[in-house]
Design a protein around this ligand. Sequence first.
Ligand SMILES: Cc1cc2nc3c(=O)[nH]c(=O)nc-3n(C[C@H](O)[C@H](O)[C@H](O)COP(=O)(O)OP(=O)(O)OC[C@H]3O[C@@H](n4cnc5c(N)ncnc54)[C@H](O)[C@@H]3O)c2cc1C
Ligand code: SF4
Length: 283
Amino acid sequence: MVLGTYKEALSARSTEQKILDVSQDGGIVSALLCYALDEGIIEGAVVAGTPDDDWRPIPTVVTSSDEVIAAAGTKYSMSPTLSAIKEATRQYGLEKVGIVATPCQVQGLRKAQAYPFARFVADKIKLIVGIYCMENFPMGSLDTFATAKLGFDSLQDATKMDIGKGKFWLTKDGEDSGLAIKETHGYEQAGCNICMDYVAEWADVSTGSVGSPDGWSTVLTRTDDGESVFKGAVEAGLIETKPMDDVKPGLPLLEKLAKGKKDKNGKEREKRAKMGLPLPVEY
Ligand SMILES: Cc1cc2nc3c(=O)[nH]c(=O)nc-3n(C[C@H](O)[C@H](O)[C@H](O)COP(=O)(O)OP(=O)(O)OC[C@H]3O[C@@H](n4cnc5c(N)ncnc54)[C@H](O)[C@@H]3O)c2cc1C
Ligand code: SF4
């Protein structure tokens, strides 16, 4: 299956305005973490904040809904999120930890859970919320998009960053400026070109915008834990849902993009293998 194993696919969004005001898409990540914290399913979570408001994602341990919401929104650069698990478990002493992770980070986490040397820490991860990811950019690339390509004085002038409808978008003073995605090619981190997972196939629950209308998210529940947290948040009235068949562009677009990534990056992997270059993850 091109989207990995999942139980249910739904279009969804948070029902809380304070989440929707700051979230990237339907606020599903923040809504799930807030619900899981309130219910004691997790005692804290590792998210990617940007404490200096400069778009640099900094792994941050959060233990309250306010802190979850303060870290909402996508930063399109690499967050060394897994590095904060030790802080969450050792310094904060958390026994039940949630985490927001890109597909590659979810893979790392699942491996850590499978290997005894890291298990004592990784076993404390009770909820993995995976976010879809086509590619990621070094901070220098984001600076180039903002200043050299879109004419901003500084990346820090941007109030929102997004990718959609074939463009990389930066918002400033309420106005959106778009850069054609083909103009961003070559600026992504090199490892993204051999990554085969678009939809965080190994997460408990995965989410992203593709497939759903603006302001909504496409959610794939995957594990029993992921399904239970998502259903709990829906039953508590914190998330509203629509069947994927009722929304446009729907699941076919998500499947098309996930397959496109596998096809394109699969070819790059073959090319690198022929050159004798190492490929870190086997598929
Ligand atoms: C590099 C990147 C590429 C993406 N590409 C796509 C795509 O091609 N298609 C698509 O549909 N969705 C993509 N997404 C996901 C999308 O941008 C949203 O993050 C997702 O839909 C969740 O939105 P939300 O409103 O539910 O989350 P929110 O409630 O806004 O919460 C977002 C959460 O993500 C965390 N976060 C922010 N930046 C990062 C980061 N760099 N690394 C790890 N965690 C982070 C925040 O801490 C926060 O907890 C991408 C995300 C990233 C980080
Ligand atoms: S494209 Fe793959 S390797 Fe790159 S950040 Fe996203 S999940 Fe990680």
